[in-house]
Write a protein that binds this ligand. Sequence first.
Ligand code: 4AD
Ligand code: MG
Length: 476
Amino acid sequence: MQRERIVNLRDEAHIGEELTVCGWVRTFRNNQFIALNDGSCLGNLQMVIDRESIPEATQKRLTTGTAIRAKGQLEKSQGQGQLTELKVLELEVLGDADPEMYPIQMKRHTLEFLREKAHLRFRTSTFGAVFRVRHALNFAIHKFFTDGGFFQMHTPIITGSDAEGAGEMFQVTTLDVNDPPRDEAGSVDFSEDFFGKPSNLTVSGQLEAELAAMALGQVYTFGPTFRAENSNTSRHLAEFWMVEPEVAFADLADNMALAEACLKSVLRDVLSQCDEDLAFLEEREVNSEKSLPQDQRQSQPLRDRLQAVVDAPFQHVTYTEAIELLRNSKPFKKKKFKYPVEWGIDLQSEHERWLVEKHFNGPVIITDYPAGIKAFYMRSNEDGKTVAAMDVLVPGIGELIGGSQREERLDRLQAKCAEFEIPEEHIWWYLDTRRFGSAVHSGFGMGFERLVMYVTGMTNIRDVIPFPRTPQNAEF
Ligand code: 4AD
Ligand code: MG
């Protein structure tokens, strides 16, 4: 079907041309003006119909959500708010949207309501904007790494390993769950399963990315990852996308610099490419915060916040220093924190938020965490207590990026495996990279949906992925 996309018809370049557009009616006012959206951009095309020449029966069908095709002449708009409008010559209804039944009407719907209508929520301005920005971010990430000489590795979705050692895996099996084969001891006999051993959906592509980095130098993975953590929060999904670069001959300082450069580069790209959508999301945020007390609202508009991140160097603090800061903080002294603060604890989101939102008021990289709360593959520091880990925290989100320098010394890594009860025969291939041509290397993982939240100002992770998977929810 030959058609012009609305995004290309909003300046004066095509004035005077006769052309065809297709899209969905947003509004039909005064029996004369149609606002048409085709998803190519946030803005609608104003179309003016001649009441006499379009049959009344057709006009009646022009309700919110109706799909139409229209042919007309693009003219300079007489009205305010748009440069161009289409004087309609021919109009055809492609698909009706019965206003009695169609749930997406031109009134404010709550995000909760729209989550239940996730198959139709793309048709709202908010979700159109979110998913166009998501696409731009996706592309900006590939561009950043490609320009930097990285190669993308498609690491497996099905694996036998638990990279993070957190045991939060979805098992993959073709065994009959009602009647699995059993061995002599009565345990399920996985030698009869599809892969001849237990397997699961990956929680991270890192371990395999490391293998590739130790040959191609710098690689990244960007794929779906799966975690069966039963945390029903606004920042956790059971299926999410993660970007994981891995770089040979890079230490923790190089890794931090890469994370900072990556984040700044993608923010710069979307700020310049998605202004219309970001302006809309900025206004949406202001409106949605109206009911909140002043101290819970954003202190700066969305685009200014993102620009500020691009402009300022990230701050660095060690875990040990962060604990000190927290113990000297007002909420700690006034016993306002729900969770204890002492050296060795995993920082809770209330602690991370105080650090980024109240103390540093911008992105901060926390390094050198206690070994006990981090994964087995992180490089041990000389102090014997901490590892060369880094988390990048940002306001409103908390942890956006987690990474580390990797333990490249075979004996140390084997000791870690023993400590974490990871049988060496399960990851013999990982240990082999430390046996042959081992070298310093580092990498990190950035949660893609958390990035989309950060950039769009959306406060629930379920609203930045088309079809969220969370505990008790895999609809659509
Ligand atoms: O900190 P995580 O668990 O680190 C790793 O998986 C490492 N293997 C990364 C690496 O070094 N290559 O996860 C990395 C990021 C987090 O910082 C967070 O942004 C995101 O992934 N993330 C989640 N996002 C949505 N839902 C979840 N359940 C998430 N769990 C982690
Ligand atoms: Mg982490």
